[in-house]
Ligand binder design. Structure first.
Ligand code: HEM
Length: 199
């Protein structure tokens, strides 16, 4: 008997523009994390000097000033890439099609199709990364220019809470990235993941 070859799930086409923005966000985010952890180690948020710190391999910059240089250089790439991406999804109406929608929530609530449910989770995860990244920018800007942006810094009540919120965007974004990779593979196999990186 002839067995039909197994069909791989359809892969949505990605424009090169989106692939470049996606790559730039990944690279700059990891520079922000490594240099941020270097800054953290100078005076740990948890426990102050001599408090809980990170191993050298997880940091970037070698010392406080080196970490700050990397952080403040990469923040422009990181923030502007997200801004350009925001403008792009707005102008192309991509936000209507590509992000979590009522259909996804319906699929999770009443849907019986396991593939559709996995796909809904995949969309929830990657949509959820965006507010976390925006929070890292808002809290970072409040620390960068606390005098000029005192209204923004004031939203975080005090400096310790501001530092803690900014720091927490590291583990939260790493968790989101991990789930994003896993759900991407579960929803569309390796071909979906590859479609975001291959030219
Ligand atoms: C445009 C975006 C960002 C700006 C403007 C910004 C700005 C800052 C500033 C001003 C500091 C304190 C520097 C110092 O005390 O010398 C800092 C620390 C830090 N940043 Fe960012 N940052 C941004 C994005 C990020 C991102 C995306 C991450 C990682 C997800 C991150 C992780 C950290 C960490 C871990 C610290 C050390 C926290 C502490 O010890 O207080 N930052 N950032």
């Amino acid at each position: 008997m002839n067995k039909k070859p197994k069909k791989s799930p359809p892969v949505p086409p990605q424009t090169n523009f989106v692939k470049i923005l996606h790559g730039l966000i990944i690279i700059s985010l990891f520079i922000m994390i490594g240099s941020g952890l270097q800054i953290y180690n100078a005076t740990p948020v948890f426990g102050g000097k001599g408090g809980w710190s990170f191993p050298k391999w997880a940091t970037l910059g070698g010392w406080l000033a080196g970490g700050r240089n990397w952080h403040f250089a990469a923040m422009w790439v990181f923030a502007f890439t997200l801004l350009i991406y925001g403008i792009y999804i707005f102008l192309t109406k991509r936000w209507k099609r590509k992000f979590v929608s009522e259909q996804d929530l319906k699929a999770l609530k009443v849907g019986q199709n396991p593939k559709r449910r996995t796909y809904a989770w995949h969309r929830i995860i990657y949509t959820g990364i965006i507010p976390v990244l925006l929070l890292s920018i808002a809290s970072g800007l409040a620390m960068y220019k606390p005098a000029q942006l005192h209204w923004l810094a004031g939203l975080f009540i005090n400096w310790q809470i501001l530092r803690t919120v900014h720091f927490l965007t590291v583990p939260i974004s790493l968790l989101f990235i991990l789930f994003h990779v896993v759900m991407g593979i579960r929803a569309g196999g390796l071909s979906l993941t590859r479609s975001m990186f291959q030219p």
